[in-house]
Design a protein around this ligand. Structure first.
Ligand code: ADP
Length: 142
């Protein structure tokens, strides 16, 4: 049924991510879909400097850490190696998720609903932005 599942993860929030990822892995297995993990980082001054100096490949610590964490996460999933990929992007999660969704031709986006320690919002700000701006179906995991 699904061919390409995009799973934006806030890797700092393990508990929340874990729940959404369980659902995404289940669906990916059922439909032999490819799965892409994505973390969106704020545009930092280190990134801007490295571009300005002409070394876009120079990454700041946050990007390196994010990629390491995504790799660990991807490796830990119960899916064949070729079925999972990961990437990072910079900017607003809502916009970058829409861009990557079209790059990987996602037919489903799976996200968590909010940070687990916040009980006042039914839907976090990123979650609601993603739901409103996505062109594809979004599964919000609570
Ligand atoms: P809260 O506002 O309570 O922190 P969010 O709306 O930020 O909740 O988080 C809900 C979901 O949005 C997360 O589970 C994750 O799927 C996605 N998300 C949030 N921040 C990011 C990010 N920086 N990169 C990728 N996905 C994110």
């Amino acid at each position: 049924m699904y061919k390409s599942i995009l799973v934006p993860v806030d890797i700092l929030e393990e508990e929340l991510t874990g729940n959404a990822i369980k659902h995404a892995v289940y669906l990916a297995k059922l439909s032999h879909a490819k799965m892409r993990l994505l973390h969106v980082l704020p545009i930092s001054s280190a990134i801007i400097n490295s571009y300005a100096l002409g070394y876009p490949e120079l990454k700041d610590k946050a990007s390196v850490k994010a990629e390491e964490d995504l790799k660990k996460l991807a490796d830990s999933l119960d899916l064949p190696v070729g079925q999972v990929s990961y990437s990072i992007a910079f900017g607003s999660p809502r916009d970058e998720i829409a861009v990557v969704a079209s790059e990987v031709a996602a037919d489903l986006i799976v996200i968590g609903s909010r940070r687990p320690n916040i009980t006042t919002h039914l839907l976090g700000s990123n979650a609601s932005g993603i739901v409103r701006y996505a062109n594809t179906s979004v599964l919000v995991v609570r």
